[in-house]
Ligand binder design. Structure first.
Ligand code: SPQ
Length: 423
């Protein structure tokens, strides 16, 4: 795909796609709850469709109809052995959270993914699920993963990594376990699973980094309205900040505080982003962004899990900021769809950026003018979208290989970019 320097400012209103994390979980909670769950504004992107297909393979009736998804849940017994192995595509969330659910179902299931997912570490969920009583094995710590569920027992688990996926897998298992499970997070990560357990009628307590849940709870089907995905909005927040005279409104984007690290960091860098029309119940608001010059910043510690998926696009913003931006404590980026530390640095370097890779992050000197180049998404949706935005501020033409990766979370990304004025 060929992309060019944006000749015009970005302008207009955009409704970004629905939140991927909440869309996955809405199917999962719908499947294990008693009664009907209706999901409004579900994200019909490849990763979330993998979740739907995985649950269908396990016998759950899920209908996709005019703008909503309807799941007929009959509690945990809804899930039945699949007839074959289950392909979860590119989706780490599907594999890890589903393992937590299957840990308590007394049958064997094998999950596998695409080449990228089959390289991603699963020991992080296998270890606690084994401690709770499930039998789990893989190709070493990599997929395919075979799990045989069992009668589970609650555990106390101090998480070695800050990961919402590990936390959520344990919580799904804990719902089925005898006794109480206590999870101690390394740093607070996105809390959609905790919030949805409560939304579906379950109970847990959260005190700072400690989450406690007692098993044997009954969940009831709900109406879920999924807000826009701040991780998708992030590309336009940065694009409109960097392209002179831009003014863009992103409608009803999720602003759960465990996800808004990018708003904190961009405003520290000098960006002009305001929230309007806040919907407290749905934790969503319009984000209004106008272009502004940026200055460098330091990003490390507890904020990292709150912006982990946004770091590639923040790195692009840093190439245009005055001074040296240092991103550290971000080694988790190495185990995403690609090693996002390496792919971000390698691809932006081709466009003229001054980026150095460190063991746990990046050092970026700016501002550096970018120029068009032959770049590649490496099959990683977030790298592909970051590079498409980079092309808008780069002189000359950029050729992006594997642009179709965007379908994982944002199938209409290029259409939306063009509609706002991108080239
Ligand atoms: O599902 P997947 O492939 O792991 O997706 C990514 C993404 O960029 O879309 C990560 F590669 O998002 C994760 C995120 O990084 C989604 C997620 C969730 O929904 O719980 C949590 C984060 O992962 P982790 O391992 O830090 O918990």
């Amino acid at each position: 795909m060929r992309l060019n320097f944006a000749q015009r400012p970005l302008a207009g209103e955009l409704t970004v796609p629905a939140d991927k994390s909440i869309s996955h979980r809405s199917i999962m909670f719908g499947a294990i709850s008693q009664g009907t769950t209706r999901v409004h504004n579900f994200l019909p992107a490849a990763d979330c469709l993998s979740t739907i297909e995985a649950f269908r393979a396990l016998g759950v009736t899920i209908k996709q109809q005019a703008g909503e998804v309807v799941i007929n849940g009959r509690g945990l017994k809804t899930l039945q052995p699949a007839t074959g192995t289950i392909d979860v595509g590119n989706s780490g969330t599907t594999m890890r959270l589903l393992l937590g659910i299957l840990a308590g179902r007394k049958f064997e299931t094998t999950l596998f993914g695409d080449a990228s997912l089959n390289r991603r570490p699963m020991e992080r969920v296998m270890t606690p699920l084994r401690q709770m009583g499930a039998k789990v094995s893989g190709h070493g710590e990599f997929p395919p993963i075979t799990i045989t569920g069992a009668d589970l027992t609650g555990i106390t688990y101090e998480m070695p990594v800050a990961s919402a996926q590990v936390k959520s897998a344990i919580l799904f298992a804990a719902l089925q376990a005898h006794g109480t499970t206590t999870i101690i997070e390394k740093a607070p990560s996105r809390n959609h699973t905790e919030e949805m357990i409560q939304q579906f009628g379950g109970q847990l307590t959260v005190e700072d980094k400690m989450i406690t849940l007692t098993g044997g709870q009954h969940l009831t089907g709900q109406e879920v309205t999924v807000p826009g995905d701040i991780s998708s909005a992030a590309f336009f927040l940065v694009a409109a900040t960097l392209i002179k005279n831009s003014h863009v409104t992103l409608k009803q984007v999720g602003i759960n505080p465990t996800r808004t690290g990018i708003l904190t960091v961009l405003s520290e860098m000098g960006a002009a982003i305001t929230t309007q029309q806040t919907d407290e119940k749905n934790q969503a608001a319009d984000l209004v962004v106008t272009s502004q010059p940026l200055c460098a910043t330091k990003i490390s510690g507890a904020i990292i899990p709150k912006l982990i998926d946004e770091l590639p696009i923040i790195a692009l913003a840093a190439t245009q900021a005055r001074g040296t931006t240092i991103i550290s404590d971000a080694e988790e980026l190495k185990v995403k769809e690609t090693n996002r530390i390496d792919t971000t640095a390698a691809e932006l370097t081709k466009m003229g950026a001054d980026i150095t890779v460190t063991p746990d992050g990046l050092i970026i000197n700016g501002p550096t003018p970018l120029h068009g180049a032959k770049v590649a998404s490496h099959g990683d949706h977030r790298i592909g979208m970051m590079l498409a935005i980079a092309a808008q501020i780069a002189t000359g033409e950029t050729e992006l290989a594997q642009p179709e990766a965007v379908k994982i979370s944002y199938p209409n990304f290029f259409h939306d970019l063009t509609r706002l004025g991108g080239d």
